[in-house]
Design a protein around this ligand. Structure first.
Ligand SMILES: [Zn+2]
Length: 687
């Protein structure tokens, strides 16, 4: 029933949806797919990504202010234009220190746009942090500042965060994990291939230390790099970080001190504002004593130089032009291959409450994200989309349920648990029901760094405060303006308003495209609850492996089959996809598209699919997926993402997946001898 309802709903929404903005045509007329993108000269079986997107890729240029051009970024651009209008509106005529939500958003934005004040202040804006570092008498005093990394701009070899307790899913826990690296991954410190990036990082540290007036910048920059290299050696790899089993190590204060005795934990916890607590879950536990030893054996002056550099790094985007230009040249030009800096309004949007942290992992501060999200959702998100997506989720869930019920490799007991878990999933669409309270955050029109400092502190205080109560099941981990989706620890699938636009979802498009795009993304998110990580969480949300050993072995065998295929892909010369790092996402992509195709078939209720523009229904489902990932990037960004991102580079999210789905072969007449062809026995079948 729901399936029929969906097709109906998606078609019906066309007339009334605000996405339409006054027209009844989909974003890509006439039926929701950009036919001009297809490159008919490529055989689908040789390179399906190129076939589906070739003409789009040929006519699309990577802009100078961003390392990637893609359909997803076009969505972000649409949202950005909306946010720009909203922010400029809020900033117009705003007072010095407004008290209402819109006024605070406007004043924050205005403070970022006020370049004369920012340039006049220079390093003075971070004087409180630099003085605190300079005046620290011993390691304990520095550890107290490191604890404040949760609150503000300081770096720390250990990071604290709040999440639900994996063994008691109705309560929150305080987690402690490794931190401290300023480069994107430990590989950047340890592999020969990243020597140029390390060299540039050292030069960047010297530049910022010079701008701060820190003594001996050249020698200190080298010490900073050596120090972080030692931290990198002590850190877990990204692949190790994917296993939740090893990361649940509850300790009290005494045990924490015993685990990593060389670090002064008491002042660190005081700095974090959690000194009154006596239960912490250490994630990367074997790294802790090593990190503590690295910190304890470093000379005080090295630690101070490191902290001074990283404070400037974390705040450079909010400081005077020389700081920001140094940040851009290293973080975006060198590391990502981006040619020019994004316009100021776009960076201001990120600072006030954008949908990502930009290129700087050290500057992800919670600012007025939810305030911006609230204004955005109120102004731009149609309620009708919420109904359409909720219905589509029901369809995909039903398809997953049918597949699980007849999965030949899973034992009945495990299958029972899987079905039980699937039923517990909830869906959140667009924006949260309850909004964050910003009434205590002071925002001043002339104080950008102060605004970030106060908002980030309020953000951490919010989490610490909340961690004392029961888990908030209505919680959202992404803001409404985010162009992404996730599967959370609350067994919820969250689809912010920002991702619910064409070509991922278009209420006016032919349903087949929506199934192939957002339908497969929904399926993707659902499978995460059941993959090599998700299977360790049971239907109650607790950390418990509910799989029989035989099922686990069989899953791994099938996953390895898929992994071996991906390991062959070489997105840039010399860099292959890491099958272990990307395993969960590759399995999710394959499962998602498989389910989407099933759900589309079920939605037809035995009727033949219409042919549109010469394309069959199944062709449109596959093309919907391929178009969602269309895009290209600079070799640098592809190299960085292939090294550190658990998602395979976009081309392989398409080509790596379709060749494992039986239905793709007849749909596009793929034959033995075609480059992507796999004999039936070599196709990975997981969900
Ligand atoms: Zn995923």
């Amino acid at each position: 029933m729901r399936r029929a309802g969906l097709v109906f709903a998606v078609t019906m929404l066309g007339a009334s949806s605000a996405l339409a903005q006054g027209t009844s045509a989909p974003t890509f007329p006439p039926f929701g797919f950009d036919m001009t993108a297809v490159d008919p000269s490529t055989r689908p079986g040789n390179d399906f990504f190129q076939y589906a997107n070739g003409h789009y890729l040929a006519r699309t240029e990577i802009p100078s202010d961003r390392p990637i051009a893609s359909r997803r970024y076009e969505m972000t651009d649409r949202t950005d234009r909306q946010l720009k209008a909203l922010l400029e509106d809020a900033a117009t005529g705003v007072g010095e220190q407004p008290t209402d939500l819109k006024g605070k958003v406007g004043a924050f934005y205005a403070s970022f746009m006020d370049e004369p004040t920012i340039d006049r202040l220079g390093a003075q804006a971070i004087a409180p942090e630099l003085n605190a570092i300079r005046n620290a008498a011993d390691l304990a005093a520095l550890a107290r500042l490191m604890g404040q990394s949760a609150v503000g701009f300081y770096p720390s070899p250990f990071g604290a965060y709040v999440d639900s307790d994996l063994h008691n899913p109705n309560a929150y826990a305080l987690y402690l994990g490794q931190g401290g690296l300023g480069l994107p991954d430990r590989d950047y410190y340890l592999k020969d291939s990243f020597a140029p990036q390390r060299q540039a990082y050292r030069a960047y540290a010297e530049q910022l230390l010079t701008l701060e007036g820190w003594p001996d910048p050249a020698a200190n920059a080298q010490r900073v790099l050596d120090f972080e290299t030692a931290l990198a050696q002590a850190s877990w790899t990204k692949v190790q970080l994917r296993d939740p089993d090893t990361q649940y190590n509850p300790v009290n204060k005494a045990q924490l001190q015993a685990l990593a005795p060389q670090f002064p934990w008491a002042p660190y916890l005081e700095g974090s504002g959690i000194a009154d607590r006596d239960r912490f879950i250490v994630t990367t536990n074997t790294a802790f004593p090593k990190l503590a030893a690295v910190v304890a054996s470093a000379p005080l002056d090295t630690l101070k130089a490191w902290m001074a550099f990283r404070v400037a790094d974390a705040t450079a985007a909010y400081l005077s032009a020389p700081f920001d230009q140094a940040r851009f040249a290293f973080r975006e030009q060198t590391l990502l291959g981006q040619k020019s800096e994004a316009p100021r309004w776009k960076r201001a949007k990120l600072a006030v409450g954008g949908d990502d942290c930009g290129a700087n992992p050290g500057s992800c501060f919670g600012t007025l994200d939810w305030a911006v999200g609230r204004l955005y959702a109120e102004r731009y998100f149609p309620a009708s989309t919420k109904a359409a997506i909720t219905s589509l989720v029901g369809d995909i869930k039903a398809a997953f349920r049918r597949r699980l019920a007849k999965l030949d490799w899973m034992s009945p007991a495990t299958r029972q648990e899987a079905l039980k878990k699937l039923d517990t999933y909830t869906i959140k669409v667009g924006y949260p029901d309850k909004w964050r309270d910003y009434s205590n955050v002071v925002v001043r029109r002339d104080d950008l760094v102060g605004n970030v400092r106060r908002a980030a502190a309020a953000d951490w205080a919010f989490y610490v405060d909340r961690s004392r109560g029961p888990v908030d099941k209505g919680d959202w981990g992404m803001t409404p303006q985010t162009n992404d989706a996730y599967n959370g620890s609350l067994r919820d699938i969250v689809f912010p308003a920002g991702i619910l636009q064409a070509p991922i979802f278009d209420a006016k498009a032919d349903p087949a495209f929506n199934y192939g795009a957002v339908g497969a993304v929904i399926g993707h998110e659902l499978t995460h609850g059941f993959d090599d990580q998700g299977r360790k969480i049971d239907a109650s949300g607790a950390l418990r492996d509910w799989w029989s050993p035989t099922d686990a072995t069989e899953f791994k065998r099938r996953a390895k089959m898929l992994g071996d295929q991906y390991a062959q892909f070489e997105p840039v010369p010399g860099v292959h996809i890491n099958p272990d790092l990307t395993m969960g996402e590759n399995i999710a992509d394959l499962g998602g598209l498989t389910m989407a195709l099933d759900a589309y078939h079920a939605s037809l209720k035995g009727r033949p699919a219409p042919v549109l523009g010469g394309l069959t229904g199944d062709q449109r489902v596959f093309l919907g997926w391929a178009q969602a990932w269309a895009g290209k990037g600079t070799p640098d960004v592809i190299r960085q993402m292939t090294t550190s991102d658990p998602h395979s580079w976009r081309k392989y999210r398409v080509n790596g997946v379709v060749r494992n789905i039986d239905g793709w072969y007849p749909t596009f007449k793929v034959q033995p001898g075609d480059k992507l062809y796999l004999p039936a026995a070599e196709r990975a079948r997981i969900w």
